[in-house]
Design a protein around this ligand. Structure first.
Ligand code: ASC
Length: 156
């Protein structure tokens, strides 16, 4: 179907491609609610896999180095996603719990995001090292970096 479109209407296909490629990062969501859903989804997946590491770190489930690594890889990947979705006009969209201070103190918010991203990279390194005590310590630090933003930038 794509190839037949290219054959019949190459100019249309190119125009559509140009439109997609030309969209700035802030406009990659059709509606503000879509941006809210996107960032919440990334946080949800991140929290799920972070929690699986926590269960191992805290001895609720047996330590499994390969699983810890796989989960940490997902946490690191997810940690990069939410922040392009905090664009202008997404402060009151959907069912967001983000507080206005996200936008009024954006540099601080971004610094908190960077801190969390750095901590989960350390968590990933600890998971690779395959040592539960190290994982537990890194999990604690990463958790603090999550909580810091929740305390200041999230409702409730
Ligand atoms: C989690 C999770 C968070 C953080 C935070 C740490 O497991 O879902 O949002 O840890 O609660 O305090």
């Amino acid at each position: 179907m794509q190839s037949s479109l290219l054959k019949i209407r190459p100019s249309l296909a190119l125009a559509a491609l140009a439109l997609v490629v030309a969209l700035p990062a802030s406009a990659q969501f059709q509606k503000p609610e879509d941006a809210v859903k996107y960032r919440q989804s990334a946080f949800t997946v991140m929290a799920n896999h972070f929690g699986r590491i926590g269960a191992m770190a805290n001895g609720r489930v047996p330590f499994d180095a390969a699983a810890a690594q796989a989960n940490a890889d997902i946490v690191v990947a997810m940690s990069k996603l939410p922040y392009t979705a905090f664009g202008e006009g997404t402060d009151k969209a959907g069912n967001t719990r983000a507080l206005p201070v996200v936008w009024s103190k954006r540099a601080d918010f971004d610094a908190g995001a960077k801190k969390m991203q750095d901590e989960v990279v350390k968590l990933q390194a600890a998971a690779k090292a395959g040592n539960r005590d190290q994982l537990k310590a890194a999990f604690g630090e990463a958790g603090k970096s999550c909580k810091a933003c929740h305390d200041d930038y999230r409702k409730e």
